[in-house]
Design a protein around this ligand. Sequence first.
Ligand code: GLU
Length: 468
Amino acid sequence: MTVRTRFAPSPTGLLHIGNARAALFNFLFARHHGGQFLLRIEDTDRERSTQRAVDVIFEGLAWMGITADEEPVFQSTRQGRHTEVAQELLEKGLAYRCYCTADELKQMREDAIANGQPPRYNGMWRDRDPSEAPEGAPFAVRLKAPREGETIINDLVQGEVRVANAEMDDLIILRSDGTPTYLHAVVCDDHDMAITHVIRGDDHLTNTFRQAMIYRAMGWDLPHFAHLPLIHGPDGAKLSKRHGAQSVVEFRDEGFLPEALCNYLLRLGWGHGDAEILNREEQIRLFDLDGVGRSPSRMDYVKLTHLNGVYMREADDTRLTDDVIERLKEREDVTVDDALHARVLTLMPGLKERAKLLTDLADSAAFLGRSLPFTYDAKAQKQLSEEGKDVLRGVAQALALVEPFEASAIDAALREFAEAKAIKLGQVAQPLRAAMTGSTVSPGIDLTLQALGRDEVLARIGAAIAHG
Ligand code: GLU
């Protein structure tokens, strides 16, 4: 058996991290078993589905490095097939036409509730002859669900789960307007796509019992099911806006690297010994469903942010620079050009030491692209006292002569200058930092000066001396 999994999002909103994690697990499981991972866009709800949401799904998956092995299937294109299967069930007597009107259904629900019963369809048309229906009346197609016995699912995460068939009513497979219901479409598509493992959120567990009835009626083999516990907020409550980012795109915008988010989502609800940091290759090698836990996981933004910092320090400087440049384009106080790109790239080893998010990197790199004159924050102004300016005048002369204008030679020149003046290196570095950044924070001053280049350094010193 070749393992075939799928991710089947409905394009009605965000690519939520719960869904993204399901996509990741499906992808890793298929790869681990040398199988295929497929994508199906469940766009049958034409009113709620949007092209924007479809784009967001593709964008999010591509960003996370989750690629499908076949062209995506759009569920809406398969309506003919869904109808055909419903027709076959009708012909076999395993489904029937239900002519109930909306009023009758409403009444049925009210009666059930009044009798303390769950509001279920009572099988009114199950054994009636369609000739009893008024001429040309609209009908839905319902599955003739078994009433005795149990439906048992051996879920690969939840274990054995069972429900008495008497508790389930005859589900609609085709609505009266001829459109398939979600439950029916999913079964037809999973069967036709030869899906062997359905891995999805456990909010779908009750659907699975109903879907199993359709498989059985059609005489199709059931796939294996694995229902993943949901992701909650740090406080254990349902994940919501107040907890922070929830959609994949938001995490990207907030400055997370996709590999950090993937690693985090993988570890959230899956474990292999005490392995914490796993690259994609290791993830594929180690991932299997027996490592998935049964209890809901809690999103820990602090841990994720920490992990992102770890990944950033490992990340390629050019890639980080390209990302930072994109973020800096959004800022009015920064001029983005090739010179800035070169400066950011030079300083990146220093910048990424402290940052946890790409947005932090962009913030700390912004000074490289600022134009004179600067505004200096209060701490920087303090450094630009008469004494500080004196230091700057002297150090400007020393820096004018440094050759090559690189961190080690700059460092040597600054030390020599400090020694000659009998002051501490910090007393040289701090006014310089104020002059370069308008603040008092930057990576190592030697690398900072190298990144800016001699002309810019001297110009910034001149402006700082002239200030106030
Ligand atoms: N389209 C469904 C959803 O987005 C998922 C269906 C499934 O995985 O079976 O919730």
